[in-house]
Design a protein around this ligand. Sequence first.
Ligand code: HEM
Length: 77
Amino acid sequence: MSKTLRLIHRWLAPVFIVVMIAVISTQGNAVGLILQRIQQVMVVIFALTGLYLFTYPLWVKSRRAKQRVNAARQARS
Ligand code: HEM
């Protein structure tokens, strides 16, 4: 899951740049509006996958720390 989301985030990056250039060069016409909408959707995907990539390692770290504390407590009792 994490790997897939990282791949989506990674490969969307060059596509985003191309779309961004296309949006700039088609400003003011109908194609430009469609491209802008596509870009908006891409930004949402970036934000969601980016948030996951940011929070998942932190969540795993905190879960491991808790597990370590619990294991140490059990070993003592
Ligand atoms: C709200 C927007 C975004 C958020 C929250 C976000 C967040 C992140 C996070 C947390 C990572 C992982 C960094 C790590 O490995 O420690 C990442 C990686 C990356 N981001 Fe974003 N990002 C966003 C938008 C973008 C955009 C707009 C681009 C480029 C057009 C981009 C390109 C990349 C690339 C290429 C990586 C490296 C992926 C890999 O190869 O592992 N990101 N981002």
